[in-house]
Design a protein around this ligand. Structure first.
Ligand code: C2E
Ligand code: CA
Ligand code: CA
Ligand code: CA
Length: 279
């Protein structure tokens, strides 16, 4: 067994090296991408079940790297965070999303808001309020056309700091959604302590409803919680008719997922909104 252990060690080491080389390549290309504006924003529609209209769209970043191909944000967001470049990346996203909002308003495209994902680290590393104020001014758009999507990890470190940032944003008229709801570890008391407008039920709870009893009960409890606290609610990752049917029965107001649409280019999303809201 000692022999086996040694072999395992020798086999493992080159894998580690390949890994760290891959990581280094990713980091190098990521830095270049940030300098050369190589990202694109896609937009995924959220459908209001009651009015059967587009409630809003979520901006999702995409990176098609010339050398490495398409890299998912789940891969490069952590890299941006570890390189200390996440604030810069978030600012790029905020700016681009607001530019799109201006364009859609000018074109009379009927949408409520664009939702922007903000990294948890942005709360400790940047000045989110000032950044958003500046971008709103630059593109001359009203704050209520922007929603930010944050996760619990944004306020797990410093609740009071996050609270003051969120309150300032709330006063500006920015809407605040809590992403991946149900997957975190913090107490529910923050729901009444922070100016949160909307909960997004994490896709992992939606994946196997209605067959899976436990998740179906959790989803139904979250819907009841949101209703009693007068919070907006979005179910994400809805792919199948049976999931939609279950969520409709429980009166979940807003649905997002491949069942309605994948994330689309700005151009495709414009066509989708026009077609959906004026059939
Ligand atoms: P998220 O904010 O929870 O976004 C939802 C993810 O689920 C997106 O993956 C979306 O494309 C995907 N999705 C949507 N509908 C469905 C569905 O019906 N089925 C399945 N299987 N997936 C669906 P994406 O775009 O790869 O983003 C992954 C994560 O990366 C996001 O999770 C978010 O945490 C982060 N991210 C994406 N864009 C940005 C950004 O612009 N800024 C920041 N800071 N983070 C971002
Ligand atoms: Ca999100
Ligand atoms: Ca999510
Ligand atoms: Ca997520």
């Amino acid at each position: 067994s000692k022999e086996l252990g040694r072999n395992a060690f020798h086999l493992y080491k080159p894998v580690m090296n390949t890994r760290s080389l891959e990581r280094l390549a990713l980091e190098t290309h990521f830095k270049k991408a940030l300098r050369t504006d190589a990202f694109e924003l896609f937009y995924q529609p959220k459908i209001n079940i009651n009015s059967n209209q587009i409630a809003g769209v979520e901006a999702l970043i995409r990176w098609q790297c010339n050398e490495l191909g398409a890299i998912s944000p789940a891969q490069f967001i952590p890299i941006a965070e570890s390189l200390g470049l996440i604030v810069e990346l978030d600012l790029w996203v905020i700016n681009r999303a607001c530019q799109q909002v201006q364009l859609w308003i000018a074109q009379d495209i009927p949408f409520e808001h664009v939702a922007i994902n903000i990294s948890a680290l942005h709360f400790s590393q940047g000045n989110l309020v000032l950044a958003i104020k500046n971008v709103l001014l630059q593109w001359q758009i009203p704050a209520n056309r922007i929603e930010i999507e944050i996760t619990e990890s944004s306020f797990i470190c410093s609740l009071s700091e996050a609270k003051s940032v969120l309150e300032e944003l709330n006063e500006l008229g920015i809407k605040i959604a809590l992403d991946d709801f149900g997957t975190g570890f913090s107490a529910l008391s923050y729901l009444t302590q922070l100016p949160i407008n909307t909960l997004k039920i994490d896709a992992s709870f939606i994946a196997n409803i209605p067959e899976e009893y436990g998740n179906s009960q959790i989803v139904s409890a979250i819907i009841a919680l949101a209703k009693s606290l007068h919070l907006g609610l979005v179910a994400e990752g809805v792919e199948q008719e049976k999931q939609l049917h279950f969520l409709k029965q429980l009166q979940c107001p807003v649905i997002q997922g491949y069942f309605f649409s994948e994330p689309l280019t700005a151009h495709e999303c414009t066509a989708f909104i026009k077609q959906y809201n004026h059939p």
